[in-house]
Design a binder for this molecule. Sequence first.
Ligand code: NAD
Length: 241
Amino acid sequence: MTAVQQVAIVTGGASGIGAALCRALAARGLAVVVADINAAGAEAVAAAIRQRGGTAASRHVDVADASSVTQLVQHTVATHRRIDFMFNNAGIAVTADARDLRPEHWRRLIDVNLLGVIHGVQAAYPFMAQQCHGHIVNTASLAGLLPYPTNLPYATTKHAVVGLSNTLRIEAADLGVRVSVVCPGFVETGIGAASPTLNVRDAPTDVALPFKFLDADDAAQRILAGVWRNQAVIVFPFYAR
Ligand code: NAD
């Protein structure tokens, strides 16, 4: 008897934690849909997985656009007839003194980090509820649990993702759907370089951090360990240098 292959969608799968999640899921035998606004980056991750014998396809998605996320989910359902995991992982940051933030910074962070997760939930949850099975994994941050100065819109959206996930988890449990929220500390990825940094006043620049960044593959292993245990909130501790 052949085992049924489980299917995972990972948004923000082209780089960093999302790419590492895609590799780790494929290594466990899942079919992975690598979805990202960076279509070429997503295809590179999917191609590397296929080269190692895994099952992966890439899809362009803009998580800020509800219809784009709906199409991603509908295409996956049409192809595989199932979705076992929806990783709403795509995210962006902005580093700034709160006085320098402009409305467009707030708007973009809310569109991608919060509405992006909401769109993923809205697209995948009804289907998962219908199949009485599935696991939604939303990426927030330690900044969704604690204050994170110089990243006010980021921390605001991540707190909302934690609240959304913890609340949805209760309703979803009755329908056979699991919900987890991931709150990493610092992970070595491109998110810092990709983020606009405005004038940050009084920020110490020459202080050695008392902890070390996790490697993205290590972070993915920790996330999946929490997912397999159906952990509600998957938090990474800091690592002392
Ligand atoms: P990353 O920049 O390496 O990856 C983010 C990915 O999201 C990129 O591939 C990017 O193209 C994609 N993306 C951005 N906007 C998108 C959009 N509108 N639609 C679709 N894809 C989009 O960053 P990362 O560090 O791997 O971040 C992944 C998640 O982890 C984010 O939600 C981030 O907030 C969270 N996180 C990261 C850290 C960290 O220290 N790196 C800590 C806590 C939480």
